[in-house]
Design a protein around this ligand. Structure first.
Ligand SMILES: [Fe+2]
Length: 223
């Protein structure tokens, strides 16, 4: 599995290209904004971008969808249905962050309406990218329609804004729910296995074992 990370947007979001080495089929998980480097990486490595795989609908994870979709028009765009309101409401999302309409352009947050989704994630589906098989797990709590993608053979999980190294996603934005997030992490991420590498939507990678041991929000071994 090829994994290339691009740290984008003022929120330092991890946009990733994941590809099957054998077939060169690839996905982009969460294009935060336009990036020449990202597009060049796909083209220069002879990758075939089959999909734009969105973990959730927040602007720092979907803001580059319009441009990436223009560059690779055959790539499908997939998001859970419970985050469609966030996705199609992208031009209004800066308001949640206290950015007023007259400030949006100057601050780089003037988004066009994003392209139509191709389809929605279904909890439990297996999404194939060449020889890679991602199990799609609905993990509400940070947003209502957040999903994580787990590749069991590669012992890797892409957790978006559910779980980070040493912390968890914020739950104070619309659709957030702290108890639900903790339950989602416990049921759908920690259950994968301690040896899984966790690729987070912001910040460094970690492992499930390390988070079980030391993440103060999870508290697994201290009851
Ligand atoms: Fe988010």
């Amino acid at each position: 599995m090829i994994i290339e990370t691009f740290v984008l947007t003022p929120f330092q979001q991890n946009t990733r290209v994941i590809a099957c080495e054998g077939t060169r089929k690839a996905i982009c998980i969460d294009p935060g904004e336009w990036s020449d480097e990202l597009v060049d990486f796909i083209k220069n490595n002879d990758l075939k971008l089959q999909g734009i795989a969105l973990t959730h609908g927040h602007l720092d994870h979907v803001g580059g969808t319009t441009d990436l979709s223009r560059a690779f028009p055959d790539a499908e765009i997939i998001l859970h249905k419970h985050d469609e309101d966030l996705y199609y409401g992208l031009p209004r999302q800066p308001l949640f962050l206290g950015i007023q309409p007259h400030q949006m352009k100057a601050m780089g947050f003037d988004y066009a309406p994003p392209p139509q989704l191709t389809r929605n994630w279904e909890h439990g589906e297996i999404y194939e990218v060449g020889n890679l098989r991602f199990s799609v797990r609905h993990c509400p709590g940070h947003t209502r329609g957040h999903v994580v993608l787990a590749e069991e053979n590669e012992r890797s999980v892409f957790t978006g804004d559910c779980l980070f190294s040493g912390t968890i996603g914020r739950t104070d934005l619309p659709g957030g729910d702290y108890e639900q997030l903790i339950a989602s992490i416990s049921e759908n991420i920690l259950s994968l296995g301690d040896d899984f590498t966790v690729y987070c939507g912001h910040g460094p990678e970690t492992t499930i074992g390390r988070e079980k041991e030391s993440n103060p929000f999870l508290n697994i071994n201290r009851e």
